[in-house]
Design a protein around this ligand. Structure first.
Ligand SMILES: *Cc1c(COP(=O)(O)O)cnc(C)c1O
Length: 432
């Protein structure tokens, strides 16, 4: 499979280059030349397949000409070593729990799979690769965890000062080793901008092998499609229409779902559910894509004013606005609605959701599920990552999972920087 640069489609690269470079020289995102349709036999047997089997078949369809099946199998078995259960809350409301990985957010799926790809492609090289990653909270820890102590890789995480939860910050700053955490005086979009500027900086790129582990990297994006197939597999054979609500920020998760749909997954609509950062719902209702300044909300991992995967969303549907709006519905919600949703989920279903999953639930509610339609919302993080808001809304204490216990007592290490590029590039110079 060749990959093309969305900014310059005649520029085609191999899978290896798309993964190791992450983004083209013109800051363009890579897309596969074609999105393969899974065969009917796959869908006929889907209800009986497990997560790893699904991941293998879908990966072989996309990457089978570039990576031997045995290696794909090994990458998948190591990356997807935790369950992703679909739970039923009501006659036609289901929740797909994506938070059972080591850092308790769905980012583990993509980060671990991507780490496997890096190990595979770098296996015969002795060049060091530096991964720059901007995080609004969960990406950084998932990437740090996935790449911790991995040979030939160093990770630099940029996170917005004061805008991630206490536990999220602990997860970012306590790893040490080949992981460096930078606390940026600014918001997530500042972090993302600094990373983009570094990629465009010739001098820096001549000196360091930079890459990214944000969902602009196709190896992080694509594995997220597996859990959509897995969700429908768990639903079992059904003739009822299915709608999936995705709590969205940078649109990596939504784009993965849209790719699954392009591969033939029978989903009637995807819902882009956002917090106050409503660039995508605005686009869907007006046809105009206007990046905005970021608002800080209680679903901080979705505080994105200029979603990086938007060009991919356009590309999947050949930029046809009417097609896009026939496939994707978009709704946004403020913090008050979010708190009510967390309380309601607790009251109606004894389900303690986190502030991101609650936005997904609100998306289903706003969509207005017909009786015969099955709605799935994604629960993207464990509520224990946001204990303060969850406990306030649900009036019930959050059980702290093993992975987070003890974290609070570990010493944090981070370097504070301003949101100016000169400050960041000077620091890169001292680090590498
Ligand atoms: C990253 C994240 C999101 C948003 O996902 P995108 O792929 O950026 O749209 C939602 N919820 C949680 C918990 C996250 O960490």
């Amino acid at each position: 499979m060749k990959f093309y640069d969305i900014n310059n489609p005649s520029n085609k690269v191999t899978l290896e280059e798309a993964v190791i470079k992450s983004i083209s020289g013109t800051s363009g995102l890579y897309m596969p030349e074609s999105i393969p349709l899974m065969p009917e036999s796959f869908y006929n047997s889907l209800a009986g397949l497990g997560l790893q089997e699904i991941a293998l078949q879908v990966s072989v369809a996309m990457f089978g000409n570039d990576i031997p099946e045995n290696d794909l199998q090994q990458i998948i078995n190591e990356a997807l070593s935790f369950p992703i259960p679909l739970k039923q809350l009501d006659d036609n409301i289901f929740v797909l729990e994506l938070f059972h990985g080591p850092t308790l957010a769905f980012k583990d799926v993509g980060a671990r799979f991507m780490a496997g790809f890096f190990q595979y492609f770098l296996r015969n090289q002795d060049k060091e690769v530096v991964i720059l990653v901007a995080t609004s909270g969960d990406t950084g820890s998932a990437v740090a965890n996935a790449f911790y102590n991995k040979k030939g890789v160093r990770v630099v995480i940029l996170y917005p000062s004061g805008k991630v939860s206490g536990l999220q910050e602990k997860q970012l700053t306590t790893m040490g080793g080949n992981i460096t955490a930078l606390e940026v005086e600014g918001d997530f979009d500042d972090c993302q901008r600094l990373v983009k500027l570094a990629f465009a900086d010739k001098e820096v790129n001549n000196r360091i092998n930079l890459t990214s582990a944000n969902s602009i990297n196709f190896a992080r994006l694509f594995p997220q499609s597996f859990f959509y197939f897995h969700a429908l597999a768990q639903l079992g054979r059904t003739l009822n229409p299915v709608v999936i609500s995705v709590p969205s920020g940078n649109l990596g998760n939504l784009t993965s779902g849209l790719i699954a749909k392009k591969m033939g997954l029978p989903v009637r609509h995807f819902i882009a559910a956002t917090n106050r950062n409503r660039v995508v719902p605005n686009y869907l209702s007006s046809g105009e894509f206007k990046p905005q300044q970021t608002f800080h909300t209680i679903s901080n991992a979705m505080d994105v004013g200029n979603p990086s995967n938007f060009p991919r969303l356009l590309e999947i549907y050949d930029r046809l606005y009417t097609v896009i709006t026939s496939q994707i519905k978009g709704f946004s919600f403020d913090d008050e609605q979010n708190r009510h949703a967390m309380a309601e989920l607790q009251k109606l279903y004894s389900y303690q959701a986190d502030p991101h999953g609650a936005i997904g639930y609100l998306g289903l509610r706003e969509y207005g599920l017909a009786k015969d339609t099955l709605g799935i919302f994604l629960e993207t993080a464990h509520p224990a990552k946001f204990p303060f808001e969850v406990e306030k809304a649900t009036q019930i204490q959050v059980a702290i999972p093993e992975a987070l216990k003890g974290l609070a007592n570990l010493p944090s290490h981070s370097i504070k920087i301003s949101n100016t590029y000169s400050n960041f590039s000077a620091l890169l110079e001292t680090l590498f």
